[in-house]
Design a protein. Sequence first.
Length: 417
Amino acid sequence: MTTARGPAALAEPTEPVGRGWTAALSLANGAVWVGWFGPLQILLASQAGDFAPGSGMTKETMLAWVTGVGAVVSLVANPFFGALSDRTTARRGRRTPWIVAGAAGGALSLLLLADAGGPWTMTLGWCLVQLTLNAAFAAVTAAVPDRVPRRQRGTVGGWLGAAQILGVVGGTGLATAAGGVRAGYAACAVCTVAGVLPYVLGYGDPRLAKEDRPGWSWRSFLSGFWLSPRRFPDLGWAWLTRFLINLGNSLVLLYLLYYLRDGLHRPDPGRGVLILTAVNSLTLVATVVVGGVWSDRVGRRKPFVVWSGVLMAVATAALAVRQTWPATVVAAAVLGVGFGVFTSVDFALMTDVLPTALDRGKDLGVINVANALPQVAAPALAAPIVTHLGGYRVLYLVAAATGLAGAVLVGRIRGTD
C-alpha cells in the first residue's frame, strides 16, 4: 500500500500509475455501476409495472418520476461528496473513506429498495441508492487527477470506461438472472461491496495535511459549487458537451424495456434488453480503451469527442427511421462504438480543464452533474413525447439532434486540442 502526505495531495502527478492501481480503481468503478444499472435497466421498471395498477399512473410515468427524483439527488450528491472528500484529512487519504462509506451505504440502500412496498418506498429507496453510491463515485473519479499524469489519463479513462460498461452489463445480467426483484437487488448489493475491496485494501490515496485544508464556512463551501462559465469558459463548454451527448444517450435508454415490449412486441423484452446491452457493451469495450490510448499518443482530445458524438447521432437517427429488431441490434452496436470512444476521451478532456488541484473532487462532481442532469431531463422530455407527441420515432429523432448538438459544441473549447 502506498500513501503520500502533505503537498503531494495537491501536486500535479508526474509518475505513471501501474496496472494494479488502474485495475483496482476500475473494478471499484464497475462495482458502483452495477449498483446503479441493475435497478435502472430492469428492477425499477419491473417494480413500476407491479405498482402502477391502481396508482393512477402508467408504468412509464411512474418510472419517469422515480428515476427523475433519484437523478435530482444524484445531481446534488456528487459535487457535495466530492467537495467533502477534497477536505478530508484521514490517514487513508481523501478519497478512500468515501469509497468505503458510499459502497457500504449503497449496498444497504439496495436491500431496502428490494423490500419496497409501493411507489413511495420505491422512490425513497432509489434516492438513498443515488445518495450513497454518488459518494463512492465522486471519490473514485477524483482519484484519477490526484494520481494520474495528463499523458496517461486517456488510457486510465479508457479502463474506467470499460469497467463502467462491464458494470452496466453485470448489473443488468444479475438483475435478469437472479430470479426475482429481491434476489436481483441482493446480488447487486453484494457485487457493489466486493468490487471496491481490492482498491480499498490495497491502495491508499495522497493524504491532505491539515495545514493545507482550506478554511471552513458554509458560505464559502456553498459558493464554491458555482463555476462561472465566463471565468472558466473551457470548463463550461466541456460541461455542456457532456450534458447534451449524455442526454441523447439517456433518451435512447430510458424506455428501452417498454420500447421492446410495446413498440417491437418482443416476447421476452427483459431478455431483449440484456441482448442489446451485451451487443452495445461488446463494441463499447472494443473501442473505449483503444480510443483513450490513441488520444494519449496523439496528444489530442477534441476530434475524438466530435466524431464519436456524430457517430452516435447517426445511429440514433437510423433507429428512428427503421424500427425493427435487426435495426435495433445494429444501432446498439454502432452506439457502443461511439460511446466507447466518447467515454474515455471525454473523461480525459474533463480532467484537463479542471481549475485547481485543491478542488478536484468538487469540480469533477460539478462536471458529473452533466451525467446526472440528463436523468432528470430525459424523463421530462421522453414521457410526453412517447405518450402524446409521436411515440418512439420522434423520441429517437430528438435524441439524435441533441447528441449532434453536443458534438458540434466541442469546437468551442480553446484551451486544449
